[in-house]
Design a protein around this ligand. Structure first.
Ligand SMILES: Nc1ncnc2c1ncn2[C@@H]1O[C@H](COP(=O)(O)OP(=O)(O)OP(=O)(O)O)[C@@H](O)[C@H]1O
Ligand SMILES: [Mg+2]
Length: 388
């Protein structure tokens, strides 16, 4: 799996983790605390200089130096965050206030913790490793095991540094932007609904009828003919036979669609089976956990099915996720279906027709669609449909 932050990188197996750039990035992040450290030094120097004249002047000079350094430190914090957490940081409306707060906390508190952490973590193993050099004369009985221990501790240091760098990055991100895990309802509109449905229905009908159906008919016929020409017991005949059957099934499904009848599995076996069916065809592995007491009214099942199909199509098209999950439950009298993925996030209904189309469909059955997809992920699509 692609690691997007230093913290996530810690979950890798040891060798790939140690060979990756993450420990170095963590170290660079922590070492960069020298910059806010300089700001802290300047603030302290200004305060001390002023205090030589009067204590009040000391306070004023200290505050002035802090105020001057804060904007620079704030910008620097945003920049260096990329070392341990490269995903873009959202810019909420109270961005300035948040930046100032992060910068003040970094200058007053965080920088020295970072530097101490880095120094101790590296110094411990290093001093041990260099025991034979540093403590002359030292008996090889002590020197050799000490340097061995030092060398063995270096990978541990890589973990400590990455963990602290990652944690500091997570703190900085949380201070710069609120974690956006709230679900927001995707807006729907009646006017758009009427248009969108009608236009889409006609287009699909026409495209399927004129294009895909004709092609499938001809494919199926050609495969049927090829099958007749082949010796009945050959491997090729078996494969062509399978292809022929599949083409016939595809044609049957397409006919169902054109008649406006939805997915056969859905009609015959219900939502849970149909969801497992689409999930099984998704290129991204999907965990399905749909447990429903029985069949639901057809419009509810169809709508939920469309949501899952579109959400999973989005997962494979846009999310770069390693895994997705679909859950479905009845809560009270309401069907609640959620599709989650661990991908890059940043889904935006304004940029396509899929999600808004779903919101439109849902409004017809009195349901609603909510979306949570902060930059950096994860993405959650949730629908609630009154079930009975
Ligand atoms: N699971 C996801 N992870 C990341 N980004 C997503 C995800 N789902 C959607 N997006 C983003 O949100 C946008 C809007 O999605 P939407 O489904 O409305 O449109 P689309 O998939 O681009 O086009 P279509 O109209 O064919 O569905 C997408 O273009 C994509 O950038
Ligand atoms: Mg889409």
């Amino acid at each position: 799996m692609l690691n997007r932050t230093a913290l996530e990188a810690l979950t890798r197996r040891p060798l790939p983790f140690l060979a990756s750039s993450w420990p170095w990035r963590g170290a660079a992040y922590l070492a960069a605390s020298v910059v806010p450290g300089l700001a802290a030094g300047a603030t302290a120097a200004a305060a001390a200089g002023g205090a030589l004249v009067t204590p009040a002047l000391g306070a004023v000079a200290g505050l002035a130096a802090l105020a001057l350094s804060v904007p620079l430190v704030a910008r620097f914090e945003r920049l260096r965050l990329r070392l341990v957490d490269p995903a873009p940081v959202p810019e909420p409306p109270d961005r300035r206030r948040r930046e100032v707060w992060l910068a003040v906390m970094t200058v007053l508190a965080f920088w020295w913790i970072d530097l101490l952490m880095l120094a101790f973590t590296i110094a411990g193993p290093l001093v041990l490793a260099l025991t034979p050099v540093l403590q002359e004369p030292v008996s090889p009985l002590i020197g050799a095991p000490a340097s061995l221990a030092g060398v063995l501790l270096l990978p541990v240091a890589a973990y400590t540094i990455t963990a602290w760098g990652g944690a500091r990055g997570a703190m900085a991100r949380a201070m710069l932007a609120p974690p956006d895990s709230e679900l927001h309802e995707v807006l729907r509109s009646r006017a758009r609904l009427v248009d969108a449905f009608e236009v889409e229905r006609r287009r699909i009908e026409r495209d399927l009828h004129d294009g895909a159906q004709q092609r499938l008919v001809s494919l199926s016929m050609k495969l049927g003919m090829a099958r007749l020409d082949l010796p009945a017991d050959s491997e090729t005949a078996r494969l062509v036979g399978q292809a022929h059957d599949e083409a016939k099934r595809a044609l049957a499904e397409l006919r169902e669609l054109i008649r406006g009848v939805h997915n056969q599995v859905l009609t015959d076996r219900g939502l849970a089976a149909a969801v497992r069916d689409v999930a099984g065809r998704s290129p991204v592995p999907v965990d399905v956990d749909v447990a429903l007491p029985g069949r639901l009214p057809a419009p509810v099942e169809v709508t939920a099915y469309y949501v899952v199909t579109e959400a999973l199509a989005n997962v494979s098209k846009h999310s770069r996720a390693a895994r997705a999950a679909v859950t479905g439950r009845m809560e009270g009298g309401t069907l609640v279906v959620e599709v989650r993925d661990d991908g890059v996030g940043g889904a935006d209904p304004e940029r396509g027709t899929g999600l808004t189309g779903l919101a439109d469909r849902l409004s017809v059955v009195g349901g609603r669609l909510s979306l949570s997809s902060p930059a950096g992920g994860p993405t959650r699509v949730r629908v609630e449909i009154p079930g009975s």
